[in-house]
Ligand binder design. Sequence first.
Ligand code: ADP
Ligand code: MG
Length: 714
Amino acid sequence: MSSSVRKQAIAAIAAAACVENEEVKELAITEIYGQDVFSVKVMKDYLPKDTYKKLLSTIRKGVAIDASIADDVANAMKQWAISKGASHYTHWFQPLTGSTAEKHDAFVEADRDGAVIMNFSGKNLIQGEPDASSFPSGGLRATFEARGYTAWDPTSPAFIKKGRNGATLCIPTAFCSYTGEALDKKTPLLRSIQILSEQTKRLLKCFGEDSDEKIVTTLGAEQEYFLIDKRLYMCRPDLIQTGRTLFGAVPAKHQQLEDHYFGAIKPRILAFMTDVDQELWKLGIPAKTRHNEVAPAQFELAPMFEELNLAVDHNMIVMEVMRQIADSHGLVCLLHEKPFAGINGSGKHNNWSLSQAGRNLLEPGKDPHQNAIFLTTLCAIIQAVDRHADLLRVSTAHAGNDHRLGANEAPPAIISIFLGDQLTDVIEQIEKGEAKSSKAAKVMQIGVDTLPPLPMDATDRNRTSPFAFTGNKFEFRAVGSSQSCAGPNIALNTIVAESFDEIATVLEKASKKDFNKTLQVLLQGIIKKHKRIIFNGDNYSEAWLKEATKRGLYNFRKTPEALDRLMVKENVALFEKYKVLSKAEAHSRYEVFKEEYHKKLKIEGELALNMVNTMYLPTAASQMNKLADTVAKLSSIGIKAGVKELKASIEEIGAIIGKIDAAAAALKKEVAADKPAKIAEALMPLRKAVDSLELVVDDSILPLPKYSEMLFIY
Ligand code: ADP
Ligand code: MG
């Protein structure tokens, strides 16, 4: 019966694919861009001049918010939102669940005469009290004092979220407990941005730069995803419940011809992308690039980079908009890191940099002074990443990403830095160089020499490195496609802040005369000590695994061992020192992430058993039954030809059933024992046995869509 559902789905997709092209509408991009955002432009129109100025200095310069302007701002937001059709507002926040949260309140209030007033006060804007007792807190908030509160983040603008027949004003907020502990991802992110900014200013001051221009951490988050037809998706309980296929054999043709990457985009997908871009532009999200990715049915969207906090919020919105628009196109957007085994997974390339007044600190400079700042920043990052590679790894550790990192696919679980040949050469020169004499050939005198021109050539980039310097930014590629970028950037900001802090502490003591010499010696020391983290070769190779082990680099293959690093004394102390996470907050996060991993694996284990019992074993039985019937009939009329072969097929399927049964029994034991890492291991042999069944069973009785259908029929 269900196999006919699968066939019907395929027939319907084939028929739908024949629709005529729609007329291309002319799009007034400049008019729609940002139309659903309470942007600086809108603020200027709606706010009293004084209020506008104060709010702008908070947004642009990071000046603390003046609470007295809240009523004015709330009123303006309300007027604007109502003009956009909004009936409700919500504090929009990012609990530790991995997605965003919202609880809507109507502006509507009745007065004594029963007439309606539309109310939204400064207090409503600044603080909310979602009764959020069911969000994970890792023990931070006992349920009897469950009320957390949300606090307005004026640096990320409010926006309108449209539904089918209404709209809601969304106000980005942080989410904390009443004792001030962070219960979300935004709070520590903002703290890490703050500390990095302070330490960057200190460092720049050492170079004689004492500007009060804001330090801006920037992020461009490239987003990979899969799209499959919703009708096929609906036939796959594993995709519905876990976001990935627990079973499914790799088809004959998958990605080996490399004909999908950057290929011509199919009309149905392009229609989806066009709608996504437009929705994002309306929300002021600068969607820029769209293309086919390596795997069939895999795609990428990249926005222009923005300020980190805003870019993290925007990426959360990007994922939500993609899911919604996909649905309206009869598609499903899969954001799981590995929806299809044996096929490329999806990541999120976290492009990160630092700038001040439009000057990018990771951009090689044009004069010795700028070069010195660039090289110092670079060496600081090398030191930070080598020292705390474990924390970067932790920040990407979750059940979905375990199928990418440390599996047969890159980037590997070993964190290393790609610098490229030219820059590595410069680093080697600094390492060789002696502060006193420059006799050695090709020695870089910091503060004296200029850098050779470094190529910013895309073709030359190493695609296998988890942490690559790409001309004017670092690209952290281990981040998973479904993940919030908050965690990885919290880690990155904090470890770089520590590095800047240490370097500044040394440089602050140097006299003006000795500055260049001190810096040279300092950077030389850093390079000597931390150059083991630099690797420009193929990160996917066996040779690198061996070499990395020899160099003593961390290699945490799976989530549980990676997460344990969060609890290491030095790491807890680091977050505590820079006031990014208190001891209790770090501990609570560890508990939450561990539990999430646990629950996800348990769901996968239980569902796999369920699918085996209710779908695969019955299919195998009915196949055996069909064959046995045929054999009996043939024998009854005295036919010998083919009987032996059919009997062998029955035996083969019987043997597969035996394997499935044994693997399922083993999995069942681990599920009962509640051991997540063991469940992950036990899922593999079960999958192998089930996938071998798919290859021998009659296609017309197979209930679940195959990889060849999901990946190629849309
Ligand atoms: P790719 O890595 O695919 O070759 P690009 O180099 O074009 O792509 O850029 C990838 C992303 O890096 C884009 O989102 C881009 O906006 C972002 N990016 C560029 N410069 C910076 C920067 N200074 N800081 C952060 N992100 C940046
Ligand atoms: Mg990239």
